[in-house]
Design a protein around this ligand. Sequence first.
Ligand code: NAD
Ligand code: UDP
Length: 310
Amino acid sequence: MKILVTGGAGFIGSHLVDRLMTSGHAVICIDNLYTGRKSNNAQWLDHPNFQFIEHDIINSIAIENIDQIYHLACPASPVHYQSDPIQTAKTNFLGTLHMLELAKQCRARLLLASTSEVYGDPLIHPQTEDYWGNVNCTGIRSCYDEGKRISETLAFDYHRQFGVEIRVARIFNTHGARMLENDGRVVSNFIVQALKGIPLTIYGDGSQTRSFCYVSDLVEGLMRLMNGKYIGPVNLGNPGEYTILQLAQTIQRMIDPTAALVFKPLPQDDPQRRQPDISRAKFHLGWEPTVPLEEGLSKTIAYFRDRLAN
Ligand code: NAD
Ligand code: UDP
């Protein structure tokens, strides 16, 4: 198949590109390199089945004969999506619109990488896909949260109005190699801080929870969703729930038991609890994560250890 991956030079996108290329598909990667790196696709850049197009999806693009579109392009970490919130909103609205138009023209199937952030600061726990969410539409996270919500709306309206084949994944916190060391996400921050011997920064009192999925599990879920019959939305994440303090203590133990922990103010609208209910993914995709937290963390730690040394 000829498969387009938007955001294919980013963290999750590049692991997906690896899987698709290894499976023998022709892959086109579109990325504006805002948070992505061409080096993430280094092993494929000279491969005849691979094409890299540097392009910002807020502008439309014409490509022919595509069978599938994995639409991942969008900065995912608060530091990056908040540094230019208008661009984030445009990426989610105009970018998704352009990719859905492309899917319509090519009769391609489009998978949207949505997020657990569509649930906002959730009032039900764990989160099921039929929960409509608790999202602030005027806060500092809104460009991303509301952006992803309008992306989902566009996808379902293109499906209902034009018959475009869509798949919608709601991705929960994911970690692994190729995260940026400066992108401010909690797993990368704690690991890089512990490796550098500086204090781990816990925002708030560390009682807020997240559930962390290793990237290989996530990519397997995305591919099953794309190639199955179920449209979604479907939660993809690891249901193991940890407080941020527990995560800090785990990384402290794994890297440097003497590392200090410091407490900093909690950012505005920071969700208090987050854990996916993955019953739908289990039932419709036969999918559930296989990599436990510490096993995944040890791989992510090995990646950053290597990166910081070079
Ligand atoms: P990432 O920042 O590493 O990757 C995003 C990629 O999109 C980057 O390569 C970036 O350069 C590119 N991009 C951004 N704006 C673009 C634009 N306007 N035009 C073209 N390319 C653009 O993030 P990631 O963690 O790999 O996330 C990938 C997708 O998964 C995102 O849509 C994100 O919202 C979603 N997601 C990720 C997580 C997570 O924990 N990593 C959780 C929920 C949802
Ligand atoms: N966080 C933290 N210290 C950090 C970075 C993040 O305590 O150095 C907290 C953050 O406030 C949030 C959680 O960890 O409660 C997850 O943050 P991240 O940015 O990784 O993801 P998101 O908030 O988008 O789920």
